[in-house]
Design a protein. Structure first.
Length: 259
């Protein structure tokens, strides 16, 4: 299930604006990779280009390659909808479908894919996905109540359960804890560490302690100046990036001297 992602000379544009320049990196399976860097350096843009969400914005496009276990996701023969099914995404603000029950939220992706499943298969999938997101025990007695009635942290775990219900290869997380309190944040961080056993996980975070706690590898992005494209400055094991980076810009950012 977990797959390797390679970004090859990836340049990302919003119309004429060159947002991110020449990213080359390999994101390992069964690991958590964190994207860090100051605001506007392109972390979310790179993340969204991995599952072809970037191009849904008018005029937005990429040049270069994104390979998933060697398959170029931007090949003309590849359907972007299928890409998004294999590469799930969790956003900053928990976004369960508000009118749907907890159960229906989990099944939404499967129904969108037009996969026919029996009642008992659906029950099993709901339980399995909620267990996978460490939410089952808290909601098993109220599966038919609206997802929007859960706490923020529970809603975010519901969104993670919804994302894993379609058996993706990769989970992309864009600041998944930024709207959560510290206790819910720790619950999501514990979950992220478990999810990497099964999925390739990529997380954008502004919280350096979080990157240090959850990730195996860290990519530091930076901007030379406003209006310039963001660049990948340094990428390596989290331990090294945080304690012995090669680049001065990385060290300055990590130690809080800028950004
Ligand atoms: N929809 C858009 N249209 C045009 N430009 C955009 C759009 N979204 C982002 N940008 C620009 O692309 C650049 C990178 O933005 P992005 O959101 O990827 O940065 P980021 O590192 O994730 O920032 P933050 O940490 O603040 O979320 C910025 O200059 C931003 O203004």
């Amino acid at each position: 299930m977990s797959k390797r992602i390679e970004l090859k000379d990836l340049n990302i544009f919003y119309g004429k604006f060159h947002a991110v320049k020449s990213v080359n990196m390999t994101i390992e399976p069964r690991a958590v990779t964190a994207f860090i860097g100051s605001s506007g350096c392109g972390k979310s843009t790179v993340l969204r280009s991995i599952n072809r969400m970037h191009e849904v914005i008018d005029g937005a496009y990429v040049e270069g390659q994104v390979l998933l276990d060697g398959v170029d996701l931007y090949d003309k023969a590849v359907d972007p909808v299928r890409v998004r099914r294999h590469i799930g995404m969790v956003f900053q603000r928990p976004n369960p479908f508000p009118t749907m029950s907890i159960r229906e939220n989990i099944l939404a992706g499967v129904r969108l894919n037009n996969t026919k499943i029996s009642r008992s298969e659906a029950d099993e999938l709901v339980e399995q996905s909620l267990r996978g997101a460490n939410l089952w025990n808290e909601v098993k007695d109220r599966l038919d109540r609206p997802g929007s009635g859960l706490s923020g942290g529970q809603q975010q775990r519901l969104c993670i359960a919804r994302a894993i219900a379609v058996s993706p290869d990769v989970l992309l997380m864009d600041e998944p804890c930024s709207a959560l309190d510290p206790i819910s944040t720790l619950a999501i961080e514990d979950l992220i560490k478990e999810l990497k056993e099964t999925y390739t996980v990529v997380i954008v975070t502004h919280n350096m302690q979080q990157a240090a706690r959850v990730s195996d590898s860290t990519a530091f992005f930076n901007l030379k100046a406003h209006g310039q494209p963001g660049e990948l400055i340094e990428y390596g094991p989290t331990e090294k990036i945080f304690h012995n980076p090669d680049q001065k810009a990385t060290e300055d950012y990590i130690t809080g001297r800028f950004g």
